[in-house]
Design a protein around this ligand. Structure first.
Ligand SMILES: Cc1cc2nc3c(=O)[nH]c(=O)nc-3n(C[C@H](O)[C@H](O)[C@H](O)COP(=O)(O)O)c2cc1C
Length: 339
């Protein structure tokens, strides 16, 4: 249990005004989080796809390498939408040829499509980190209270002023504002402005008193500096770390990042819009099921594609700035991003 600090006290514990974006699904490893924290930023564990036991293990792995503050990120609890048999049939039909190509049995709808948020949160609270962030919605009040009672600073994710306003009303300690260039999933839930990151940062920091963390397309020290000048308390970078030595980015993913493909916003992998490199899968799949069902449905295929080293069937999340991502140690990337 930590004693809950104020935001300015917490921020003063960071030596550089940088947050490593939480990156669930393999890219964001404990080693990457620890290296960024150790370099003076706020390292993050994207834990949304981990079981409670895996969360405990990942947090312990960060702590084995650093005693600096770090953040854990989960997805706000999602209602599982009902899907019609016709929609399921269409989604399965679209995936079938990909399964065949990878020598997998035909696709089927898995019985469990997401982790239990309450159990994940309990795993986080068992040995609380300094900060917790969430995406895709608002947090149940009991969850927010439990985090605060454990001394954890809580950060929500907004893609518009409207969402930021609701999160601030709920009592979060800071809001990450995600501009349209950002890699990975769109983190909001009701209104996405796909705004320029600096514009959204200015708009939210002028309208609300909650500290703002700017995210989306911040690839160099000058971008971080511009975000701070626009009113951000911190800058959050994900794509800049995709080629970090400590990142879990697979070999075919790294190779695709060096090819210079365009990015697209796609619902093909998870049913929720996300920005990544264009490939055969994003070009072909037009009838995904809603999230989180499509995400669970495509998991076996993505795992097999990673095994086979096939970038055409992998989710290659990347922001618009990805051509500026450098292959280097996380500490070097932090140094490069520090104004
Ligand atoms: C590979 C990848 C995975 C991501 N996973 C998560 C996640 O698990 N949770 C989350 O809140 N944001 C996630 N994001 C979004 C980031 O938090 C952030 O908004 C984004 O990386 C900022 O833009 P940039 O990629 O241009 O730096 C992810 C981004 C990437 C690139």
């Amino acid at each position: 249990m930590n004693a809950l600090r104020s935001w300015p006290e917490f921020q003063a514990t960071l030596r550089v005004p940088l947050v490593l974006a939480p990156m669930a699904g393999g890219v964001g490893t404990p080693a990457l989080a620890a290296a960024v924290s150790q370099a003076g930023g706020l390292g993050s564990l994207g834990a949304a796809y981990l079981t409670p036991t895996q969360i405990g293990g990942a947090m312990a792995a960060v702590r084995a390498h650093t005693d600096r503050p770090f953040l854990v990120n989960l997805f706000a609890p999602q209602p599982v939408p009902t899907v019609t048999p016709a929609a399921v049939a269409l989604a399965l039909e679209e995936l079938a040829p990909f399964h065949a190509a990878l020598h997998l049995p035909p696709p089927t709808l898995p019985p469990q499509v997401q982790e239990d948020f309450g159990a994940q949160l309990n795993a986080v609270l068992a040995d609380p980190p300094a900060a917790f962030s969430f995406a895709f919605g608002r947090l149940p009040p009991a969850a927010l209270d439990a985090l605060h009672a454990a001394g954890v600073l809580v950060i929500g994710t907004a893609t518009s002023l409207r969402e930021a306003h609701l999160l601030a009303q709920d009592g979060v300690d800071a809001v990450t504002v995600q501009g349209g260039a950002a890699g990975g999933h769109r983190g909001g839930w009701m209104q996405d402005d796909h705004a320029d990151t600096l514009h959204l940062t200015r708009q939210v920091s002028a309208a609300l008193s909650v500290p703002v963390i700017a995210a989306g397309g911040l690839m160099a020290a000058a971008d971080v500096q511009a975000a701070l000048q626009a009113g951000a308390a911190l800058a959050q970078c994900g794509t800049a770390f995709l080629l970090a030595d400590e990142a879990g980015t697979t070999a075919p993913y790294r190779a695709a990042l060096r090819e210079g493909r365009p990015t697209v916003l796609t619902r093909a992998f998870s049913g929720r819009p996300a920005r990544g490199l264009r490939n055969s899968f994003t070009d072909t799949v037009t009838s995904p099921l809603p999230t989180p069902t499509q995400n669970a449905l495509t998991r076996p295929l993505r795992a097999a594609a990673a095994q086979a080293g096939n970038p055409e069937l992998l989710s290659l999340w990347a922001g618009d700035g990805y051509r500026q991502a450098r292959t280097a140690s996380a500490a070097q990337i932090v140094a490069d991003l520090t104004p």
